[in-house]
Design a protein around this ligand. Structure first.
Ligand code: NDP
Length: 264
């Protein structure tokens, strides 16, 4: 298996933190061109500096872009194509979960959550579609959640939106084949910026971050006994985003440490 991805271009939305940042590093390790985006200029600058220290910036492009803004996506697409000449893999990763129950989610929150989960895939995928088609081995990988199959009432809107998203991804896989493969990874819990923010919001934890994470994993009853690491999600994205998985489309990889309660 060829592990040299020189000349292959990977776009990662939300590449400034957590899973997206680990994925950027995973692809840069093997010589790929990598373009990342995020909304916040400061976080983008820190991520770019971090990556540049490890890999230089010859193969790196960082652009400020909100994936829910069609015009910003157009600028992102033009920047990537202008710099690298095309695109081979799009990782739709940008986003976050919404902690709310059916009683506490108001109409605006429902709309925001549905918009985020659908258009964070629709806008970038449409924007890069032509270039992915020209790749000869185009691949879209969506970073989704186990919630799409295993809802949790305290994340009601996110879970419902993720379920619809999985359905959308499957339709895209059929329609865009054979030029573009479309797959997703289903995350249970992976340590990232999201979990750091939840720890900071949990004023009653009385723990340091590591102890808090261990307790969360224990309370959830995750069979592998811990949260996943962003690098473990990145490895699955790497597989789906390269021709290593050339006969796989419309599929999912579970990254949940055995937290999934269903069979199949
Ligand atoms: P992080 O908060 O560490 O990273 C999220 C990234 O997305 C950041 O770079 C953020 O940058 C960016 N982002 C968020 N919204 C937008 C937007 N509208 N446009 C562009 N960029 C955006 O979280 P994770 O690494 O955990 O999250 C990655 C994905 O994995 C998300 O879709 C998340 O929902 C999903 N996931 C994660 C789980 C986990 O346990 N970690 C569980 C299930 C799913 P900025 O804020 O500057 O825009």
């Amino acid at each position: 298996m060829n592990n040299d991805l020189s000349g292959r271009t990977i776009v990662i939305t939300g590449g400034t933190s957590g899973i997206g940042l680990a994925t950027a590093k995973r692809f840069l390790q093997v010589g790929a061109n990598v373009a990342i985006c995020g909304r916040d200029k400061g976080r983008l600058k820190i991520a770019v500096a971090d990556i540049r220290n490890m890999f230089g910036d010859e193969n790196l492009l960082g652009v400020t872009c909100d994936v829910l803004d069609k015009q910003q996506i157009e600028i992102f697409v033009n920047s990537v194509v202008g710099r690298f000449g095309g695109v081979d893999t799009l990782v739709n990763n940008a986003g976050q979960a919404r902690l709310s129950t059916f009683s506490t989610t108001d109409d605006d929150a429902w709309r925001e959550e549905l918009e985020l989960k659908f258009f964070s895939i629709i806008y970038p995928s449409k924007g890069f579609q032509t270039y992915l088609e020209k790749s000869g081995s185009g691949s879209i990988v969506c970073v989704s959640s186990l919630l799409s199959r295993q809802p949790e009432p305290r994340l009601v809107a996110t879970a419902a939106a993720r379920a619809g998203q999985l359905n959308l991804i499957h339709s895209m896989a059929v329609e865009l084949a054979p030029a573009i493969r479309v797959n997703s990874i289903l995350i249970g819990v992976v340590e990232s910026g999201q979990w750091q923010r939840r720890f900071e919001a949990d004023k009653n934890s009385g723990n340091d971050y590591e102890a808090w994470v261990r307790k969360q994993a224990h309370d959830k009853g995750i069979p592998l006994g811990r949260f996943g690491q962003p690098e473990e999600a990145a490895n699955a994205i790497y597989f789906l985003g390269t021709p290593m998985s050339s006969y796989t489309t419309g599929s999912t990889i579970d990254i949940s440490g055995g937290y999934s309660k269903h069979v199949g």
